[in-house]
Design a protein around this ligand. Structure first.
Ligand code: OXD
Ligand code: MN
Length: 591
């Protein structure tokens, strides 16, 4: 009698018609064989899936060049298929599940012909965590199979764990023919199923990541009483050796990976990394909020990663273990066979191939590495990995940070007045678009809790869920708004950022320990400037004051804009947060 898992794999193979079905065991030897298939047999638009890099300097590292039309997440082709549109909410594209299944069945007929279907068994979360989920992804490309082995706990034990149960998370993935017109990423939250075709790019194709661990998991969390969040998890050790655990939500392109691996500039303070992208948060029996990172890898943006911005990431990439390290759409130094990207230390090499493998000509004014080029590396290669990383319970969280790229209005750090006010600060979060993005520069996009593209249900309900979690916490973390990106009249950043952000963390830890006070302002609690440790930093008093300045007119405009955004969620937007908004407006008016 076949198990439900075997039956499902047979059914998908019957539809997609691969030449071979291969069940992965997650071993090192197997990873080498799959890389080999990507080097020699499998092709993307006639070219190999992997190129071997210089293993003397970049041990066990490979370059992947994606299909040129397939370089980023495609939000407009991403659908959340709840039975009704209202449950998906205004924050998601919606399709009726039946219609979506019919569409995907048609597109998938024979889509794996000539290819191998890899069956990938993996856990999101430590297998001993009660929050861990057993998952199976089917894919027809070695790049995804190898990436998933880095990003998740992949092992044949997961097949044994699933046994004859029907309870496992399903992912069906095929690169199809990479046709952007036949590219869809469909989520079926009630079936714990993600079905993706036409793309091999990370967020569209590594289905354990954004698709399951955020979109579907946020829906599971809503039903089961926990939160799946787009957050960094880090431990900050003080000079006495006490470690405070903190999570931070920032939209894409605001430096989450750099923050997670911050190299402290304050003597005696040290950061320990637990995750750079996803946090699952639950209310522990002790009434505190606990966090686990369900992933085991970093899938970070390469351009801008340097010894100045993130020395620890570079060290991680160069470490080399039996997990391969992958570089996707970076440029290549043709002389040394090493990856290269804009913002790396040193001058551009003389003989450079661009991300598509063509000879790079700087005169053309284009970038050599794709702006969204990536590295994929195991967390176990990171020297600053927290010793609690594999603790199935996770770590207790003392502070939650909500940030974004805001050149005006938002102070360097603001403490919320309460949990509800903190949820309000998260809900009004936004970030200004950068020149690197396709959007107009400097346009503010609201992105509540950095979850707008990743919340798998109506965000009005999501805000309510955050409030209900707060009611269950006996010892809630303090919530902060942070902003490293305020600029002066010449457009120059006023705060040095990077390793100096530790100074803000030190103040937050002092607040958690009740060792410093605050100033009450209309927008929340601000530090007494003398409580900030600025030793070794040359920053004038006037400059510092401007980092915390509240312009009443700008703040009123900000509140107005947030109100318009909240209006999109209609009746589902919680009254408690509307009251926070009205309270803010009244305080700004001086009433
Ligand atoms: C990511 C993203 O790739 O947030 O992590 O876009
Ligand atoms: Mn992310």
């Amino acid at each position: 009698m076949p198990t439900p898992l075997e039956k499902w794999v047979d059914e998908v193979a019957g539809l997609t018609k691969p030449d071979r079905v291969y069940w992965c065991d997650g071993s090192e030897e197997e990873a080498r064989r799959i890389v080999e298939a990507g080097l020699k047999e499998e092709k993307i638009a006639g070219k190999p899936v992997f190129y071997e890099l210089n293993h003397r300097t970049y041990p066990n590292s490979y370059l992947h060049r994606s299909h040129p039309t397939d370089v980023a997440r495609t939000e407009h082709l991403t659908f959340v298929c709840h039975p009704d549109r209202e449950t998906a909410g205004p924050n998601n594209n919606w399709m009726d599940p039946k219609e979506a299944k019919e569409k995907m069945t048609k597109l998938s007929d024979g889509c794996m012909r000539g290819r191998t279907m890899y069956v990938l068994p993996y856990m999101m979360g430590h297998p001993k965590s009660p929050y861990a989920k057993a998952c199976i992804q089917l894919t027809d490309i070695s790049y995804v199979a190898v990436s998933m082995r880095i990003m998740t706990r992949m092992s044949k034990d997961v097949i044994a764990k699933i046994g004859s149960s029907e309870d496992f998370v399903k992912g069906i993935h095929s690169v199809g023919d990479f046709d952007p017109n036949k590219r869809f990423i469909m989520h079926f939250p009630d079936e714990h199923l993600v079905w993706s075709i036409g793309s091999g790019y990370g967020g569209n194709a590594l289905l354990g990541k954004k698709c399951f661990s955020l979109r579907i998991a946020s829906w599971l969390g809503k039903q089961e009483g926990w939160l799946a969040e787009h957050m960094v998890i880090m431990g900050v050790e003080d000079p006495k050796g006490n470690i405070t655990y903190i999570t931070a939500a920032l939209p894409s392109a605001c430096g989450k990976t750099n923050l997670a691996m911050m190299q402290s500039t304050l003597p005696g303070y040290k950061v320990w990394t637990l995750g750079d992208d996803i946090a699952w948060l639950n209310v522990g029996p002790d009434g505190r909020l606990w966090a686990i990172n369900p992933e085991t890898g970093f899938f970070g943006v390469a351009p801008g990663t340097s010894m100045k911005t993130n020395p620890n990431m570079l060290k991680t990439l160069l470490k080399g273990t039996f997990y391969p390290t992958l570089f996707t759409n970076t440029a290549l130094n043709a002389e040394t066979n090493e990856p290269w990207w804009e913002g790396m230390d040193g001058n551009p090499p003389a003989h450079l191939l661009d991300w598509q493998g063509k000879k790079f000509d700087p005169a053309l004014g284009q970038k050599a590495a794709h702006p969204n080029s990536r590295f994929t590396a195991s967390v176990y290669q990171c020297d600053m990995l927290s010793k609690e990383f594999d603790n199935p319970q996770g770590v207790p969280i003392s502070a939650i940070l909500f940030g974004g790229r805001r050149t005006h209005t938002i102070p360097l750090v603001t403490e919320s007045r309460s949990w509800t006010h903190g949820v309000f600060l998260g809900a009004r979060m936004g970030s200004e678009t950068t020149a690197a993005a396709i959007h107009k520069e400097g346009v503010l996009r609201r992105d509540p809790m950095a979850m707008l593209p990743f919340c798998g249900y109506n965000m009005g309900d999501y805000f309510r869920h955050w409030l209900s979690i707060g009611r269950r916490l006996k010892h809630p973390p303090k919530i902060y708004s942070i902003n490293w990106f305020r600029t002066d009249e010449n457009g120059k950043f006023m705060w040095p950022g990077f390793g100096d952000n530790i100074r803000v963390f030190k103040w937050i830890i002092d607040r958690v320990n009740n060792s410093v006070g605050v100033r009450e302002t209309p927008i929340g609690f601000l530090p007494h400037l003398s409580d900030l440790d600025l030793s070794g930093l040359s920053i004038s008093k006037e400059h510092l004051e401007r980092l915390f300045a509240i312009d009443v007119h700008e703040s009123q405009k900000e509140a107005q804009d947030a109100e318009e955004f909240f209006g999109k969620f209609g009746d589902r937007f919680p009254t408690e947060l509307m009251e926070e908004l009205h309270g803010l407006k009244a305080r700004l008016k001086g009433r």
